[in-house]
Design a protein around this ligand. Sequence first.
Ligand code: PLP
Length: 441
Amino acid sequence: MPPATNTDTTDRNQQLFDRAKRVIPGGVNSPVRAFKAVGGTPRFVQRAQGAYFWDANGKRHIDYIGSWGPMILGHGHPAVLEAVQKAALDGFSFGAPTEREVELAEAILERVPSMDMVRLVSSGTEAGMSAIRLARGATGRSKILKFEGCYHGHADALLVKAGSGLATFGNPTSAGVPPEVVQHTLVLEYNNILQLEEAFSLHGKELACLMIEPIAGNMNFVRASVPFMKRCRELCTQYGALFVFDEVMTGLRVAFGSAQSVYARSIPGFEPDMTVLGKVIGGGMPLAAFGGKRAVMEQLAPLGPVYQAGTLSGNPVATACGLATLKEIGKPGFYEDLGRKTQLLISGLQAEADKAGVDFCGDSEGGMFGFFLFKELPQNYAKVMTTDNARFNTLFHGLLDRGVYIAPALYEAGFMSAAHTDVDIAETVAAASEVFKLLSK
Ligand code: PLP
């Protein structure tokens, strides 16, 4: 664990953090960056290349966050860099349509064919919020259903925790969200089929949509079980609620066709009604999207009555970055190699934890992974949150000290990139081996 106060006067990370705290709330522009959960000083990134970034002290870290998912090719991929530089020379933003937006929309639909049409926006939050408005507009219903531990961005209606029973709707999890705003949001336990069935029998006819992270990366890494996913699909169809897949994190990261293609392997013909994307489709630039069946998407302005807009939507530099990224990840063998490396990491960590006698388990799909200091993989948020914080923090800081950067919170997933090599993975496993020894004492 780090000292309670960092008094090292040569620490540039600390100097920058102190300076930042004077002008930016908490010193960061997104809360998890502040290291609040794990303690210590956030690393200010000076530059990044491939699988690494260098912090303000010039120290190199193997990066398993990759901007929380987008950097699937690693940092500074030459083809992406070239596309971005070229696009920037032609102009930063026009507020008028461009050919590149059409190309990117076509490329996304080719990879996620459950969607007939897609609208480009600038963040996952915006995409999720707009998908819900569209689902409500298209169905003429108000209520929405989500699951505890799934994060869908910070739109007011989604900052909500479960109420006291299935007959009651949610309570806000953030100040500034009036209770009336979340009174239409029902929150259920992930992977709980009985509760799901009960909720649909009570509220199914009033539900505009059910929104889910198919592999939840905001409670570390928890898969929706196949029977649970199948039941979600059946109940949405039966009650006329739209089934919305939030693939902001999993989209084009866990497989070429995203998480929905993974479930379609076990559930023939499986498709959601709508999909929300972000992160990888922008390759590190502010770009996200939501899409679905034509009849639903045609309800959007300017065709239909559901309003949605954005000054920077489909930004020309962001779309260039996204397109160049999609081109690279569409090359043959890309996901096979990415998945192989992710598995190599997880099996390496498992072997070292076993040797040290530390409870450990991990899971991965494509280039996304998670691990827990448990014997068995958890199935829901309540179980994830029983993780021993102190032990996780020892693991986090032990790895950080050894130049391995994982998420500074136990409820976040990890990300592999094409730039990580087997040598990086071996270095990571060797670092973890030392830390597991500390945890076994
Ligand atoms: N949905 C999921 C599954 C996410 O993981 C995130 C962000 O991590 C979002 C939505 C929100 O995306 P953004 O941070 O781009 O607003």
